[in-house]
Structures are given as C-alpha cells and as structure tokens.
Design a protein around this ligand. Sequence first.
Ligand SMILES: Nc1nc2c(ncn2[C@@H]2O[C@H](COP(=O)(O)OP(=O)(O)OP(=O)(O)O)[C@@H](O)[C@H]2O)c(=O)[nH]1
Ligand SMILES: [Mg+2]
Length: 365
Amino acid sequence: MGLQCGIIGLANSGKTTLFNCLSNTKAETGKFAFSSGKSNLGIINVPDKRLYNIAEIVNPLKIVPATVEIVDIPGLTKGSGKGEGIGNRFLSDIRNTDALIHVIRCFDDEKLPHIDGSVDPVRDKETVDFELQVKDLESVEKKIQKLEKVAKIGDKDAKHGVEVLNIYKQHFESFGSARSAPVEERDKKYIEDLFLLTNKPVLYVCNVDESSAVSGNAYVDALKEAVKNENTQVLVIAAAMEAEIAELDEEADRIAFLQDIGLTEPGVNKLVNSAYATLNLESFFTEGPKEVRAWTIKKGMTAPQAAGVIHSDLERGFIRAEVIKYQDFITLGSEHACRDAGKLHVEGKNYIVEDGDILHIRFNV
Ligand SMILES: Nc1nc2c(ncn2[C@@H]2O[C@H](COP(=O)(O)OP(=O)(O)OP(=O)(O)O)[C@@H](O)[C@H]2O)c(=O)[nH]1
Ligand SMILES: [Mg+2]
C-alpha cells in the first residue's frame, strides 16, 4: 500500500527543512520565499524498533522498513488558490496524497522575514486553509455544474448530489474545510472523486527553535488553542535542528545531540507514528534468513488482505497464515521455540491481523 503524505504550509515555514529530516533524499532550502520552483518527492523509512529487534534474532541478509512517500510543495501564500504566487500549480501535486502535514512557523528569526510581516501561527494556518478551500470550492462548483445538467433531466440521485455539494460550497464560502462540513456519512460519496484537499486528514507541525523543542512556546499554545476542536494532533518539532542531527553519520552522535536538548527520540519519528495513528495504519512483519520486513496495513484488515499487501498472488491463493505475536517472538527467541511453546497460531481467512503480528502466509496459486 503506497501511503503518501503531502507537506503544506506558508512560504518559509520550514517545509523543505522538515522534508530533509524525514526523507532519504535532500532538497535545497532557501532564505527567500519562493526560492524553490518545484515539489520535492522523497521516501521515509518508517521508524520501528521492533523491526530491528526481530532482525537481531533472525540475522537476515536484508532489513526492509515500511515506507511512506512524501511530497514537499513550494511556498503557499495568500492568493495561491487563485493562481497568485507560485503555490497554485503545486496544489495538484498533493491532490492524491492520503494525508497532509501542515507546517507552521513558530520561531522568531529577524534574519528571516515573514511574508506577512510577523510571526502569527493562527493567522498563517488560516491563510493556508483558505487557499485550499478556494481550490476545493472550484472543484465542487465544477461538479455542481455537471450534476445539475443530469438533475435537470430528472435524475434523482444527481439532484441529491447537487444538494449535498451545495452544502460543501456554502461551507467553503464561510471558511470551513471539507472535513468539518455538516454532511451525513453516506452523502460523502459525492465528493469522493474530487480528492478535496481540505478533506484529507491533517497533522499540524509547529516548527520551533531549539530551546522550544521540548515544551513548546507561546506560538504553539496559540495554535493548539485555535485547533482544539479539530480532533487532530499538534506536534512540536525543531526542524532546523533535527535537520542538523539527521546530517550526523553516527547513531551515537545523533542520540547524544538529542539528549543534549532533552529529547529521547527525533521529533520526526513521532511525526511518522502520529501519521500512522491518524490514518488508522498498523504494521505487520515477515521474517526469514533473506529478509526481515515491515508492511503497512489498515487497521482491521484480514489475513488474506494483509497477504495481498505483499503480493496479489498471496491474497488470491491464500490458504492460511501462521502467526506469532511480536512479544512472544522476542521473549522466546526463535520461531522454533514459539512453535514448541504453542505460540505459533494457525489462522484462517477471517483472522484480523493485529499490529506487530509476524506472519507466514501459506498460499497456492
Ligand atoms: N531560525 C530558524 N530557521 C529555520 C527553522 N526552520 C527552518 N528555518 C529556515 O527557514 C528558511 C526557510 O526554510 P525552508 O525549509 O526552505 O522553508 P519552506 O517552507 O520549504 O519554504 P518555501 O519552499 O519557500 O515555501 C531556511 O533558511 C531555513 O534554514 C527554525 O526552526 N528556526
Ligand atoms: Mg520549500
């Protein structure tokens, strides 16, 4: 399952800096707003200690973490949705992402002027939301026009669709985002094909200076207060500092650097884990002498569905899954020991895979 996250935020909020701490590819950051003229694409390895603990027992040739794709788009600004600045044409680059990471500037830096004259996280967040809403309004209006034609010739479903889309339209016009529109669950099918930007789950990242990395600052508090009804997570990350840490080659140096400022793990790890939680994602593992690997599934997937994430043949020809719980594997120290202790469970096609399961899929095609 290719999970994709888009990074959004005002120009100079630190999107590319964050991208660089997350991704295995490096992109250029700039002191000037709109310094970048393209979106950056990268792959994040999902940090998961369990994978390495399993590998320590198995000693495989290869360790393969689960991955998430990230897209970093350049500078949004007031008017982006209407084609001002350069942000507009990049909004389509995040159209197909599963979730958005909204980076918000929560640091002072006299050398880095803010495009709107002052640091104000709540205003900035609203500016960005507004640009996305303008874009979504456009999509919804287009669909209304199309559906109205069908409704005119008596199509009841189209008529209802127009009603629902008009709720969205009004909601956008009063500065609402699609995810909070007063629409019944069953009516949301009318916007499914539009991939509305403001319908995507969002995580806020407050980009702070080093001294606020542990406990935040007044900017963070203001933002938290402003989004407290949005039912989402607000993370505090010192992106510029974490980018420096990510540059260090030695793991021990990175840990020492983190501890020095009072952190136990990089904020970007928390970010990936929060994205998983927000999207209801979990991991299962496969292990063998060739490779120990983590895979991403949606919570509630059955064993054949999970097998299908590995390869469609495994889903099609699914016979059974042999399941060892992560904790049993670590405690008992081998597949063999788990089998002997009765900790290797044979499960059929209705088994719901749990986070941390180690699976062997038996199949036949
Ligand atoms: N002081 C300080 N500077 C930061 C921090 N995070 C990023 N910067 C600086 O802010 C500038 C802009 O950062 P970028 O990551 O390029 O910002 P961006 O959001 O990608 O900007 P655009 O691509 O132009 O929209 C760079 O000079 C960064 O070094 C921070 O936490 N503190
Ligand atoms: Mg950038």
